[in-house]
Ligand binder design. Structure first.
Ligand code: FMN
Length: 218
């Protein structure tokens, strides 16, 4: 696929069909993503693909926790408890407002899709060692972006979500991740349910005006 086409397709999918993803294809994608650059070639990342029965069990146990009112406790610190600066805070508020507008009284579409792990047939959990500098988080982000672009180039759709790692101990258990690793992020992959309202392109949020993020100094 033409690079621009791949790049422009990088919008999230909040509901996948039940169609399975070829395991060999995922293996190939993650292998190719290993070419990603990292600080001093440290390659701090590891990828755990969870699918089939293991994912069914993880999804069910995660739902039980949500229904019991357990609060998310991500290894990267709970997203909501973080102290955000004004600029990203405003951007998040804009996204929230536009989604509230589009979803109107259907915000549960968004919440349910997250709670159902987007019905993803496979989830790639990404880790770095517990003992990691901020540089490794940066490297993991690059690795994740490589995986997502490669996945799209191979005809898959993607769903990067912190909600997939709300309960890292549960993920560690079902994905066989050792205690020594931080469950940083996860990417759901699969084929989009085009009939699902939550996937309607009208929910795609805009980006801030370019002048707000760019400056050329000579
Ligand atoms: C690190 C990260 C975490 C995210 N977490 C969630 C999440 O928990 N739930 C969700 O519905 N979307 C999540 N998203 C998707 C973003 O909301 C989405 O990428 C953003 O609104 C822009 O939309 P677009 O990618 O379709 O252009 C996450 C994206 C990233 C990169």
């Amino acid at each position: 696929m033409d690079f621009k086409e791949v790049y422009n397709k990088e919008r999230v999918t909040r509901k996948f069909t039940n169609r399975k993803v070829n395991e060999k294809l995922l293996e190939k994608i993650i292998k190719e993503a290993q070419l990603s650059p990292s600080l001093l070639n440290s390659q701090p990342w590891r990828a755990y693909v969870v699918t089939g029965d293991a994912l069914t069990k993880l999804r069910a146990e995660s739902k039980t926790k949500i229904e019991a009112g357990d609060k998310p406790d991500e290894d990267f610190a709970s997203m909501l408890s973080l102290d955000w600066d004004t600029f990203p805070s405003q951007n998040m508020a804009t996204m929230g407002a536009s989604q509230a507008y589009f979803f109107r009284n259907k915000l549960n579409l968004f919440v349910d899709s997250n709670n159902d792990m987007f019905n993803a047939p496979a989830i790639i959990f990404l880790t770095i060692p517990m003992k990691s500098p901020a540089w490794s988080v940066f490297d993991l982000g690059i690795f994740a972006q490589s995986i997502m672009l490669l996945a799209i180039n191979n005809g898959l759709s993607i769903m990067p979500a912190h909600s997939l790692v709300s309960f890292p101990d549960l993920v560690r258990k079902h994905a066989q991740i050792p205690e020594t690793e931080m469950v940083g992020m996860a990417i759901g992959v699969g084929y989009p349910d085009r009939a699902a309202e939550v996937n309607d392109p009208k929910f795609f949020p805009d980006r801030v005006p370019f002048e707000k993020i760019y400056k050329l100094i000579k």
